[in-house]
Design a protein around this ligand. Structure first.
Ligand SMILES: [Ca+2]
Ligand SMILES: [Ca+2]
Length: 189
């Protein structure tokens, strides 16, 4: 019995030795630089990115919904840029309608969403921060933009989507410090 167990152990060790070198060499090959001075670091050489985000496809444009945390206009901008995107622009009724349907289908039709629209540079002149282009197609809620001024003196200079009247997700200028969800966009070309 003891001989049999020893025999099994030896053959198992033999398998480990046989498998060892190939495992080690590929591991070293991938992490050779990082392992020298930082054993726990991951290799920072470019590798294919297999991480994907759920995106609404619209021609060359893709929309991403930021629905996992609320952020002010600037932090939302930063989040989008960090992931290679911009806060959204909406340049046609078709884009507006499909984005609205996408948001409603997610069950977020009652929420507010930042776009990249802003008149921070010049009061009353809105443009898309994502593209630098002036706004041509418009979809404001009635009476908007109204540049409402709050008690702390902040005015409304950032554009959000908001179904204010139950008539769909139309546009509203809102204080940029307001924390809410947001829409990022990325162009596939
Ligand atoms: Ca304003
Ligand atoms: Ca407003």
């Amino acid at each position: 019995m003891i001989v049999q167990v020893l025999s099994l152990c030896l053959s198992f060790l033999g398998m480990l030795q046989a498998a060892g070198p190939s495992f080690k060499s590929s591991s070293l090959h991938n992490n050779q630089v990082a392992n020298n001075d930082c054993p726990n670091c991951v290799d920072d050489t470019p590798t294919p990115n297999r991480w994907t985000m759920p995106l609404l496809k619209l021609g060359e444009k893709r929309y991403y919904l930021g629905i996992f945390f609320k952020a002010n206009y600037f932090r939302a901008t930063q989040y989008c840029r960090f992931h290679g995107m911009h806060l959204a622009s909406i340049t046609s009724q078709e884009e507006n309608d499909k984005l609205e349907k996408y948001i409603k289908d997610f069950g977020f039709g009652h929420e507010h969403f930042w776009t990249s629209g802003t008149d921070l540079a010049e009061e009353g002149h809105f443009f898309w921060m994502s593209t630098g282009r002036p706004i041509t197609f418009t979809n404001w809620n009635a009476g908007e933009p109204n540049n409402f001024e709050y008690e702390n003196g902040e005015q409304e200079n950032c554009m959000e989507l908001w179904n204010r009247d139950g008539k769909g997700m139309k546009w509203n200028d809102s204080p940029c410090s307001f924390e809410t969800y947001f829409v990022c966009e990325v162009h596939s070309s």
